[in-house]
Design a protein around this ligand. Structure first.
Ligand SMILES: O=C(O)COP(=O)(O)O
Ligand SMILES: [Mg+2]
Length: 215
């Protein structure tokens, strides 16, 4: 393994508190009471499609979806990093990778207008060897293109990359890209998720667990 690539929401950083905060601000605007964070958390790796399902019972086919999404994204922009932190152990893991000369990068479905400022606020922009967002390539995950783009930018073969994610589309994308894949069990898995059927190479319950899969 020459590089480790991370999903962002639910794998690298615990973004659910701020995603949920913005959702509750929007619910308040629409006369609805706040939802508990535990209710929102399992939807936090599924973008506005997931958040609007739990927050407003809206699907992308609904004509209210697009204007509501704009309103939500403005609220999230204004509150991007109030409560967001790296998951416990992640800072130590990144330092351990750098000490071993293993490159690391981020491949997320989050749009770049959020990914880039967030990684800057977390102090990671200059350390990441590649940062690929949901709108960097023509197709987001589960398409392999964003993962292949990251490997190309880092200058390593896909077969030498390990991808870590917390949603089925992450593992699907890694498989399709020819990369090894780990499931972050500490992320935003939902009650209906069946991670044992996703075909991953392993599961970790803490970021430092990744080290066991590296040379
Ligand atoms: O914002 C999203 O759609 C999910 O982001 P993730 O791919 O980093 O989990
Ligand atoms: Mg995720």
């Amino acid at each position: 393994m020459k590089a480790v690539l991370f999903d962002l929401d639910g794998t690298l950083a615990d973004t659910a508190p701020d995603l949920g905060h913005a959702l509750n601000l929007q619910r308040e605007r629409h006369g609805l009471p706040p939802l508990p964070q535990e209710t929102i958390r399992p939807y936090a790796s599924h973008g506005t499609v997931g958040l609007f399902d739990i927050g407003f019972g809206l699907t992308p086919q609904d004509e209210r979806f697009a204007p509501m999404r704009e309103e939500y994204l403005a609220l999230y922009t204004a509150n991007l990093c109030l409560h967001t932190t790296l998951f416990p152990g992640m800072a130590e893991l990144l330092a351990a990778l750098e000490a071993r000369n293993i490159s690391w990068g981020v491949v997320t479905n989050k749009p770049a207008r959020f990914t880039n400022p967030l990684l800057e606020l977390l102090g990671l922009s200059k350390r990441a060897a590649s940062i690929i967002s949901g709108d960097t390539c023509a197709h987001p995950k589960p398409h392999p293109e964003p993962l292949l783009r990251a490997a190309r930018e880092i200058g390593v073969a896909p077969q030498s990359c390990l991808y870590v994610g917390d949603a089925e589309r992450d593992i699907e994308a890694a498989r399709a890209a020819g990369m090894a894949a780990l499931i972050a069990d500490y992320g935003y898995l939902g009650a209906e998720d069946r991670p044992e059927t996703w075909g991953a190479d392993g599961r970790i319950d803490t970021p430092l667990g990744i080290l066991a899969f590296l040379p």
